[in-house]
Design a protein around this ligand. Structure first.
Ligand code: AMP
Length: 361
């Protein structure tokens, strides 16, 4: 717990040096705060914009501890920081969000159990540790279904579709026989997410609900406003708030959901991210205070900033060689270009994003 807001000039330690760390660092600097960034490889995107940097493995607990001794507060820009590193870092500096948020988000089974335990709807699921478990689970969660590894899955990685009961063996093999969950496919009409920020005193602010379109498992566009009723938007925000509260979360939490269609649309939580999220990048250009700044404010014990949206927005990710169009993107009116400073545009790699804004309809 931080009793008093950390004053400008304080140093925020960030575990992880990707684009999220980079944008957190830029937001911190706008408030007169410094960042010290730890990453497991040199040349990280966030290193270009940090006051101090450190390179070390995440399981080098001594290096992590040395890093955390030099900062006033700690946060992470990715959820898969090993539990031991979080613990080592948290011994010398306060860590926000709390370890609990990471424990839940790192393991799809813990995540589903936690969320459904709060009475919130999730897709039908069953734990899978062996092929025999999977064959058994298919009877309870019939195809079409997805086999998802419990850990280290992101952007659709670590997943295999099961379309008939004969598909068990090949799916099990394709995810490397790793501990998993079998999850029923939700016939959703749209994917939405809530970006909520929670402060030390438990107060929360919600950004407007955003509608997301994925291509090949990777986020392609995020659009606000989402094409959803205000009653359903309030319900989605209440769900996200319940989860943040139950975790004792401090900072930004992203909650991804499926919305089914028909006469009585419903929401199913897909997953949570205890950090700033790609589906919240639009807040940089369409809100007074972005998700990045509000995460920094929350972890530093500052008052939360205004989340009001002043414009409609569509954020488009620049994946792989999409980034080659940077000149056209830079010249486009009402478009804000964000590039992450990555030198090599590999397929599937997030290189930047463009947010196109328009006056609120
Ligand atoms: P995830 O890694 O769980 O976020 O999954 C990546 C994407 O796969 C999601 O954004 C959805 O488009 C799709 N997906 C994941 N789980 C399901 C599900 N249970 N039903 C339908 N589509 C899904």
């Amino acid at each position: 717990m931080i009793d008093n807001p950390l004053p400008p000039g304080s140093t925020i330690g960030i575990l992880g040096g990707g684009q999220l760390g980079r944008m957190l660092s830029v937001a911190a600097s706008r408030l007169g705060l410094r960042t010290h960034i730890y990453n497991d490889a040199p040349g990280a995107p966030a290193f270009d914009v940090a006051a101090e940097t450190a390179v070390g493995a995440y399981d080098d607990l001594e290096a992590v501890a040395r890093f955390s001794e030099r900062v006033d507060v700690l946060t992470c820009e990715f959820e898969n920081v090993p539990a031991m590193a979080l613990e080592a870092a948290g011994r010398t500096a306060c860590l926000f969000p709390p370890v609990k948020s990471f424990e839940v988000a790192q393991d799809r089974l813990a995540e589903k159990d936690f969320i459904s335990g709060l009475g919130i709807a999730v897709a039908p699921y069953a734990p899978v540790a062996t092929l025999a478990d999977l064959k058994d689970a298919i009877l309870r969660v019939p195809p079409p279904a997805l086999l998802k590894t419990r850990r280290f899955g992101y952007d659709g990685k670590g997943q295999a579709g099961i379309h008939t009961i004969c598909g068990a063996e090949s799916a099990w093999e394709s995810i490397g026989e790793a501990p998993s969950i079998l999850e029923g496919m939700v016939a959703f009409e749209r994917e939405v997410s809530v970006i909520v920020v929670r402060s030390h005193d438990g107060s929360m602010r919600y950004y407007d609900l955003v509608e997301n379109v994925h291509k090949g498992g990777i986020l392609d566009t995020s659009t606000v406003p989402a094409n959803i009723t205000s009653a359903l938007e309030k319900e989605a925000q209440a769900i996200a708030g319940n989860i943040a509260e139950a975790l004792g979360h401090v900072g930004v939490l992203a909650v991804e959901m499926f919305q089914t269609g028909g006469a009585s649309p419903s929401l199913f939580v897909n997953e949570i991210a205890p950090r700033v999220h790609n589906s919240g990048h639009w807040t940089q250009d369409a809100c007074l205070v972005s998700q990045f700044e509000n995460h920094i404010r929350a972890i530093c014990g500052w008052p939360l900033g205004d989340v009001t949206r002043h414009s409609d927005a569509v954020m488009t990710n620049l994946i792989g060689d999409d980034v080659d169009a940077w000149r056209q993107d830079a010249a486009e009116p009402c478009a804000a270009l964000h590039l992450y400073g990555k030198s090599e545009a590999r397929p599937g790699r997030k290189m930047g994003h463009v947010t196109r804004i328009a006056p609120k309809a």
